[in-house]
Design a protein around this ligand. Structure first.
Ligand code: HSE
Length: 338
């Protein structure tokens, strides 16, 4: 399978590292033979139609801060559109940073790839939050696969649980914690009497927060994930503008203390049911499986026959998200042998 990667930050680099280190396992277990033929970052690109050497790629990025310095095959300041259009590949892995204002550059990268006949795997929530119904329609029209499991839960397969394991049931509602940064902040504020600012800076140091952390704090990151679940799992064609969104900036230590005295914790909850699509701080009983601490995410599906089905796991991190990209690539390979 020939792959182009746009965006070579933590996710892209971890992806290259896992593909390099575990190559034999992918071939042996899935017959999956990935070849990365082009990579772009914010400063340039490199291309080798015979497959880039992943050791050289990773060392170049580490040593020079850009893939444009890949020996003999790199260029500075290229437009990614021409690479996506012109390089012969089956799949685009879109891993540029999330931007909730206009979705760029990810939105154009995804549209260009689909228009030029390439499947797309993305970890970028911006284009999905703003234009998911249109992108799903475009992929369907072109008979191409569009996958994004790393956008919700990183390595924890919240989307796949619903899509692959519950077809015999009917999902009537979804709610849970979908943002590790704010869960970490609320947990630290409650248990360590730490200020929101200090807890956020700890989360940033650990690499959980978005490049613009206001997206975490104001609830936009959770809202993007609610939009993705709504469209993909519940087939509700909503965008971020359709949601009620309240962040955690006004959660006070007093509220946290009062909730605790009543056997509850305040959590930033994304919620979807027949009537609501919302993100806001809610009081959750200690005993509810969704009431998890630290950076954990937890999502409950309310089902017609099986009751409340919950999955818990880490929801952020470059390595975890890279594993979700591979899950999607293997999935696509299962349908389109390349
Ligand atoms: N900032 C996000 C979080 C990253 O904290 O959960 C994963 O989407």
């Amino acid at each position: 399978m020939r792959i182009i990667i746009t965006g070579f930050g933590a996710v892209g680099q971890n992806l290259a590292k896992i593909l390099k280190d575990e190559n034999e396992r992918f071939v042996h277990s899935y017959g999956f033979k990935p070849s990365i033929v082009a990579v772009s970052d914010s400063r340039g690109y490199c291309i080798d139609e015979n497959g880039l050497d992943l050791n050289t790629l990773l060392k170049t990025k580490e040593g020079h801060g850009t893939v444009a310095r890949y020996p003999g095959k790199g260029e500075k300041d290229a437009g990614t559109n021409s690479i996506i259009n012109e390089v012969d590949a089956e799949v685009l892995v879109e891993a540029t940073p999330t931007n909730f204002r206009d979705g760029e550059p990810g939105l154009s990268n995804i549209k260009t790839a689909l228009a030029s006949g390439k499947h797309v795997v993305t970890t970028n929530k911006g284009p999905l939050a703003l234009a998911m119904p249109a992108l799903l329609e475009l992929a369907q029209h072109k008979d191409l696969r569009f996958r994004f499991s790393g956008t919700v839960g990183a390595g924890t397969p919240f989307l796949d649980l619903a899509k692959k394991c519950l077809p015999g049931d009917s999902i009537t509602g979804v709610w849970g914690i979908l943002n590790g940064t704010t869960n970490y902040i609320l947990t630290r504020m409650e248990e360590g009497s730490v200020s929101l600012k200090k807890a956020l800076s700890e989360a940033q140091t650990k690499g959980y927060a978005e490049s613009d952390p206001s997206s975490d704090i104001e609830g936009l990151d959770t809202a993007a994930k609610v939009v993705i679940i709504a469209n993909w799992v519940l087939k509700r064609r909503v965008s971020i503008k359709d949601l009620e969104i309240v962040g955690v900036d006004n959660v006070s230590p007093e509220w946290l203390r009062k909730a605790r005295a009543n056997g509850k914790k305040v959590k930033l909850i994304g919620r979807l049911d027949e009537y609501r699509a919302s993100v806001k701080p809610e009081e959750i009983p200690f005993a509810d499986p969704v009431c998890v601490p630290g950076i954990l995410n937890a999502l409950s599906y309310s089902t017609l026959h099986s009751g409340q089905v919950t999955l818990i796991g880490p929801g952020a991190g470059g390595e975890q998200t890279a594993s979700a990209v591979i899950r999607d690539l293997v999935d696509i390979r299962g349908e389109y042998v390349a």
